[in-house]
Design a protein around this ligand. Structure first.
Ligand SMILES: Cc1cc2nc3c(=O)[nH]c(=O)nc-3n(C[C@H](O)[C@H](O)[C@H](O)COP(=O)(O)OP(=O)(O)OC[C@H]3O[C@@H](n4cnc5c(N)ncnc54)[C@H](O)[C@@H]3O)c2cc1C
Length: 397
């Protein structure tokens, strides 16, 4: 197609969670909306999320559960379109769901139900979704007049909403277009990195833990700035599990992480009681009632593991307490975007209106969802940001 297609008010780039929500809301307002999506299917990340059941929101959403260079930015959108609003949408479509743990809501059936309901809502208000359209560039030809060029044609609109997502899981079709557009239009960017991602270890540490692959324990993991209490999983590649994924979003390269393998325990008191009640027991048998047995030699050494409880000195108890409750390790790095759930960083919030997601300097240009420098915790927080920011832009674009 050589001639620009007209008649569209709003072009949304990307038919993911944020883009579809924005499109249906703008459509409800009577705007003529066209969504351009590079994949051959809409909502691919929704489909693969939450093990195919999509952890679509969280009952405990609050601004503190989001990382951003501007921690206040997310407040307006999150308070205007809440978890309850998305739940109401699901209920309207008869989609059954359940809470798994920690406020995390999943579909009883399949993530496909979420994509289907978003598409049904889009269809109802006449949103046009074009698949297999890789958007290549955008030109601004005056105020609120954009020309969008994609692999399938050239389109014009008064508003362009960039909902192109982040850089994680490159195998499902992603692009850096959102970040390139920010640069092109003079919108600031916060440095990007992989988040909600497993840690890798040095070859020496990997060898030390080689026999522990598959061991999982409830613990507290922390850096100087953040702590998470959840499960940690040792794998043949390094450290994973929800506690580690959460911490990874806050971790800076080269930083040590600390693990408390006995959370909520006053170790010296706990030990003193065991010394009184079972003095002949070996340390590994006693502590193995609380911790996975295979972990004990790695944490305290074989010899200490075999020592009888009665033989520990006060000094040794204090030292073992530190080994179990302040165990530290320096990850070699992360597995990167290949396995990350999200991209931390992105379009600088200070360049956008928190009410509408519109660029302060470029009227008619909006950024929503993961491409923006707002990253949620594990557990449905990222989809809630996509719904809330998409909804906010949909009221304005
Ligand atoms: C494996 C996995 C599991 C996850 N599970 C959960 C979960 O259970 N709960 C949760 O809250 N979060 C989860 N997330 C995170 C969540 O999927 C994202 O935060 C969310 O999808 C972001 O929505 P978005 O609309 O901003 O981006 P996306 O959903 O990524 O959508 C962006 C869309 O833009 C399209 N696009 C990109 N470039 C172009 C271009 N040049 N032209 C046209 N189209 C383009 C893409 O193809 C894509 O469809 C998971 C992520 C992964 C990778």
């Amino acid at each position: 197609m050589t001639q620009a297609e007209t008649g569209t008010n709003v072009i949304v780039l990307g038919a993911g969670a944020a883009g579809l929500m924005c499109a249906l809301e703008a459509g409800r307002r009577g705007r003529r909306v066209r969504v351009l999506e590079l994949n051959d299917k809409p909502g691919k990340k929704i489909l693969i999320s939450g093990g195919g059941r999509c952890n679509f929101t969280n009952l405990n959403v609050r601004p503190e559960c989001y990382l951003s260079a501007n921690p206040h930015f997310c407040k307006s959108a999150l308070s205007r379109y809440t978890a309850a609003d998305f739940i109401a949408l699901l209920q309207k479509h008869g989609v059954a769901f359940h809470e798994k743990k920690l406020g995390q809501l999943f579909c009883d059936g399949s993530a496909r139900q979420i994509v289907d309901l978003l598409l049904a809502e889009c269809q109802k208000v006449g949103v046009r979704i074009q698949l297999g359209e890789r958007v290549q560039l955008i030109r601004s030809e005056g105020v609120r007049h954009f020309v969008v060029q994609s692999s399938g044609g050239t389109f014009t609109a008064q508003s362009v909403v960039v909902a192109t997502g982040g850089l994680s899981v490159p195998t499902i079709g992603i692009s850096a277009l959102g970040y390139d557009l920010a640069r092109q239009f003079g919108v600031g960017l916060q440095p990007t990195r992989a988040g909600l991602v497993p840690f890798t270890l040095t070859p020496t540490d990997l060898q030390r833990f080689a026999l522990l692959s598959g061991v999982s324990a409830a613990c507290e993991v922390s850096t100087a700035r953040q702590m998470f209490a959840e499960n940690l999983l040792l794998t043949h590649r390094g450290l994973s599990g929800p506690a580690i994924l959460q911490l990874s979003s806050y971790w800076q390269a080269g930083e040590a992480i600390s693990v408390n393998w006995l959370p909520g325990t006053e170790f010296e008191e706990f030990f003193a009681m065991a010394q009184r009640t079972r003095p002949e027991q070996e340390f590994k048998t006693w502590v193995g009632e609380t911790l996975p047995k295979r972990l004990v030699p790695m944490l305290v050494g074989e010899n200490v593991g075999r020592q009888r409880l009665k033989s520990f000195s006060a000094r040794q108890i204090c030292q073992i307490g530190k080994q179990l409750q302040e165990w530290t390790i320096i990850p070699a790095g992360t597995e990167g975007y290949r396995t990350a759930e999200v991209t931390v960083g992105g379009v600088d919030c200070d360049a956008l209106s928190p009410q509408t997601m519109e660029c302060r300097k470029v009227p008619g240009l909006y950024f929503i969802g993961e491409v923006v420098d707002v990253t949620g915790w594990l557990g449905g927080y990222n989809f809630q940001w996509a719904w809330s920011s998409g909804w906010a832009a949909g009221q304005s674009a």
